[in-house]
Design a protein around this ligand. Sequence first.
Ligand code: FES
Length: 310
Amino acid sequence: MQPQLKSKVRCADREVGEVAKVIMDPLSHEVSHLVVSMNGAGERQVSMGAVQTVTDDLVQLRSSSSEVMALPPFKREDYVTLHEVEIPGLERHIHVTPGEVLVPFPELERNVKRRTFFANLTYVTGLFIGLPLAFPVLKFLMKPMYAPMDNRWLKIGNIGKVKVDDAGTQFKYKRAVKEAYMPEAEIEKNVWLVKATPAVLEKVYQGKDMEFRDATGKTLWTNKKDMPYLAFSGKCPHLGCGYKWRKHKVLGQVFLCPCHLSIYDASGRVLEGPAPRPLDLLPIQVSPSGEVQIIDMEFKAGTKSQTRIV
Ligand code: FES
């Protein structure tokens, strides 16, 4: 069992605080450390090797409270959230919600700060000499970065999978991507579908159809206000983490983002947390036989307004 965030942490002699974060090992896909919030005395990073037992709401440590207090304070700058590094498949191994899941900051990037002045000087000098030579090549290689947005319809599954009204159902799909000069690759993505009752549709559309336009302003598609199916981008508009449909003790069933605890209702409206805007709605159509298609779009995270980036 994985330790749950907010679980109490007890040492051999007494309770010392609660689990504030967990740290995953990106290679083994296991929880490697807990970050324990020490009842107002800072945070300590405790190895899973020091954990004796884990239950739903309690983590029992082998160490004494003085041993845990003697650990160095947790250094948040040495870690990034799971989303920031996007380690394929890691999310499937996490059963820790809600809260912040971290992985160690990639070594190469961390070491950038420690490079010497002279090493940097060498790079800069090389850049000045090489840039005029490399420019035509770079221009050719970077051409795909300025390619127009991909507005193709993607089949993601059959609507028969959606069993309950006003509840989130996740659909996964694969999409081919071409990053600059890299060869084309397939990535796994997801959207959340909701079969919305009229009350939820009204919250989303407020009586008006929703138009989606391309970069030139031409209408790509219109989601009709009375079409009951909603498709939400699988990325949280706060900082882009993947969120889930979860039961909340007070609010009932909600979309919950584990990274910073943004909470959304079935219409995508923000109920709690730092999210600056509702979940991002996507163009959706459902054929008479139930085949669902969406246009895959991504929007800039962390902004109140919606700016398309993919
Ligand atoms: S990414 Fe911060 S709440 Fe979702």
